[in-house]
Ligand binder design. Sequence first.
Ligand SMILES: Nc1ncnc2c1ncn2[C@@H]1O[C@H](COP(=O)(O)OP(=O)(O)OP(=O)(O)O)[C@@H](O)[C@H]1O
Ligand SMILES: [Mg+2]
Length: 671
Amino acid sequence: MLKQKNRSNQVQQGNEKVTPPRNPFQNGYHLPIATKLILSYLPIIIITSGVFTIVGIQLISNRILTEAQEKVRHDLNSAQEIYQSNLLRIHDIVRLTSDHFFLTGAMVAGDIESVEKELIRVKNDENLDFLSLTDANGVVIFRASNPDAPINPKTYDELVAAVLSQKTNVVATAEISREELAKESPLLVEQAFIKVIDTPKARTITEKEQTSGLILKSAAPIRDRQNNIIGVLYGGVLLNKNYKIVDEIKQTVFEGERYLGKDIGTATIFQNDVRISTNVTNNDGSRAIGTRVSEEVYNKVVLEGEPWVGRAYVVNDWYITAYEPIRNIHYKIVGILYVGLLEQKYLDIKRQTILAFLSIAVTGALIAAIISYYISRRITVPLKKLISASREIAQGNLDPNVNIKSDDELGELVSAFNTMAATVNEREERLKEFTKNKIMESERLAIIGQLAANVAHELNNPLVGIITYSQLLLEETPKEDESIEFLNKIVIQANRCKDIVRGLLDFSRQRQPDTTLVNINNVLKQVLSLLENQAIFHNIKIIQNLSELPMVIIDQSQIERVFMNIILNAAEAMDGHGQLAIETSLNGNEGFVEIQIIDSGPGITEENLEKIFDPFFTTKEAGHGVGLGLAISYGIVREHKGNISVKSKVGEGTTFLIRLPVSIHGSMRFQ
Ligand SMILES: Nc1ncnc2c1ncn2[C@@H]1O[C@H](COP(=O)(O)OP(=O)(O)OP(=O)(O)O)[C@@H](O)[C@H]1O
Ligand SMILES: [Mg+2]
């Protein structure tokens, strides 16, 4: 333990100026912790809500599209059923008429004329475009739609042929040429005629017009009583510019629903790839007859015979569409049945959903940001309280007691802070008490020192008289005189008093050292040569370990006294027996010459170690020590701008360390 005393080091009182800690927010580059927390939450919030929105929008969009496609596929089935029911209606009319006993009877009797009237009535009542009769060979013998025209020889008719060969009723969609239509009725030729309109994305064709037609047609055999076929009745409707089916589809399937002034659902019958019956309209509101299907759909449906479902640009708008081939009796594709849902409605639903999603995501992000703000406030508010409490402590209020209840780490921090503040407060109080006592003690010692100096000064003159006269008396008193022993004691004690008085005067004197440039090793050698002859050193082994040293500027006689005091103390502590080591060295880094005086004496207790530099502290018996030796030495070394310290272990010995500053001259000159 190396103890060092610094008497000039007064404990500083609380009136010193405390530099306030630098505010890290002043220069504007530092962000408050709440902002940092929010900034670190924000990317998470943004990424989460962004991913949620994108994925959600994607899912919903796909769902809406799939739903729309499902619906249009379903609608196409319904349209197909309506188409089929129209075919069946014709089939039923033709079959029931062909079975009628009146027709059979008239045919057997060869009474064509009475048949004609009935067939015209049926054709008109049932809204058929044509109803014709053939003989047993399939040669037309009467046309209800053109009764007055001369009968043209019938060219091959696939349905009539099928009835004759299969001997049963047939019904199918069929393509019919302009010539055949003309035979049935010139009006039908006109109805079938369609100008082909150039349509973007449609396949390229050279035809500018379409003269053939698409018909729903049924044929049924007429039998005699023996069940022999005696003729064939066939009839049907022309689909070109006939809007019954498509409008029925619109009304039944889409319930005529409209969106933004447009039909939501549309239906079309194509002959090949040309619109012949539709409720898709042109910009002017007219039906888009003559426009054509896109090449992509044509390839898929007409050429490959597959249904087609998807987004398509129909005439002037985007639709979600479904197309299916229409086949004739030989399963050959002769047209397309189409239904389409206006895409705009679904786009709007999609847009509204996206908007709803975005607003949910933005609201969610805002709520999350607000929550994160409150969470971060729960952290920053206590922190701010702690900061202001710390500032209060720095300004001297040691009892700031931060009051925050929290069962987490912040609570722990606050409680630790309060404990720390309480401990610092308590320590400060103890320090104040200690300082007060120390000051009082110093003042007391100063008064005692002053008193002692005054007393010593006053005693000095009478003491000189006592010593001089007792000395004279001793010299003049014959040796055999009994009083010589007492005189001797008077002289010794008077001299002792003189030493004490000189010590007191030395201790209290304020004069500046009388300095010269000296080598410390030489000073030590000189002191040792003086002391070595004294009886107390006879049994002490002195070891000198002196390093080469630079010169130092000192008051030699004063430093001699310091060495003498310490070496004498050591000899006295060892009671004349032991080992004394004197070592010198240069501490170049700090610019000090260091002298160690190490004894193998009994050591000093920790309690005494605190006091050995105090004036009048001694453990020696009265009359043997005044307790000024180390106090004087301390003062001398301090006056030389050096320091003196001690370490000691009871039972092992004591080491004094004296450090004297190397002068500029001294550092240049070694001896
Ligand atoms: N080397 C040492 N070993 C043990 N104790 C020591 C040593 N040096 C000093 N002391 C203790 O320190 C005390 C104070 O020493 P100091 O030299 O100031 O006074 P003193 O020797 O008692 O009296 P004087 O004024 O005659 O020197 C001593 O009484 C002694 O108890
Ligand atoms: Mg002493």
